[in-house]
Design a protein around this ligand. Structure first.
Ligand SMILES: C[S@@+](CC[C@H](N)C(=O)[O-])C[C@H]1O[C@@H](n2cnc3c(N)ncnc32)[C@H](O)[C@@H]1O
Length: 231
């Protein structure tokens, strides 16, 4: 039985998925824009969670904290890492043992069959595919079927138990939901740290975004956002 109460744990959480556009390499550049004090933490594009884990490691996250993303499989994986770590590790151990090209395509094809996977199975599948597919990409076709081919790794490591354990601890008490970022902006308040950074071209141009009343809170975040867009 795992417990989240362990005062001796050294904070060392980091992304448990490879995720395109992750901010791990940008943390030192972003750091200077992070507000020193804030009431709540809301992150609408959690992705690999680099910023979240960094703030957690450095003990700067208040209660409550909210993570969002519009990718259902990603959000499910976060929830399972938070809530059902033992079951997840057990499944990933099996996937690690069975991994082969044939097995990869068998697991990949589970979303093309009439099978209802449990949430833990879905999370294990997401992590397994992320660790073994080409470049850790996440891509689905118009039927929302995962279609990235196998990567050319000789012996990929699928189960990083210590990384999952640290992430689980960091995610304890975090509210994690599937939501489009436009809806998330409506939840934000002036005193929140609402971190709106995306790696790709923004879906909404800053003037429109900043013109909405909800974004008044964004004095802090808009500094990050605008600076980011200029760079
Ligand atoms: C580059 S990642 C975020 C990286 C993350 N902030 C970090 O610290 O590493 C971008 C994420 O935005 C999510 N995303 C894209 N469009 C979205 C939308 N309209 N609403 C919510 N999430 C969205 C994607 O699913 C992806 O996980």
């Amino acid at each position: 039985m795992r417990t989240h109460i362990n005062s001796l744990v050294i904070r060392r959480a980091k992304p448990f998925l490879k995720w395109a556009g992750g901010k791990q390499q940008l943390l030192s550049q972003l750091e200077k824009y992070f507000p020193p004090n804030f009431d709540r933490y809301l992150e609408p594009f959690v992705g690999g969670g680099a910023v979240f884990f960094h703030l957690w490691n450095t003990n700067r996250l208040p209660e409550p904290k909210f993570l969002f993303d519009n990718n259902e499989e990603l959000v499910n994986a976060y929830c399972i890492v938070r809530d059902k770590l033992d079951e997840l590790v057990s499944l990933l151990t099996t996937y690690q043992k069975n991994h082969s090209q044939e097995y990869f395509y068998q697991i990949r094809s589970l979303d093309r069959q009439d099978i209802k996977l449990s949430d833990v199975e879905r999370a294990a599948r997401t992590i397994y595919l992320n660790r073994t597919c080409y470049n850790g990409l996440y891509r689905v076709n118009s039927q929302r079927q995962f279609n990235v081919p196998i990567g050319s790794y000789k012996n990929p490591k699928i189960l990083y138990e210590d990384v999952l354990e640290a992430a689980s601890l960091a995610l304890h008490n975090v509210s994690i939901k599937v939501m489009d970022f436009r809806e998330v902006t409506a939840l934000a308040q002036t005193s929140d740290f609402f971190i709106l950074i995306r790696h790709m071209t923004p879906l909404v141009k800053p003037p429109a975004l900043l013109a909405t009343p909800q974004i008044v809170f964004g004095k802090r975040i808009s500094e990050i956002w605008l600076k980011y867009l200029k760079s």
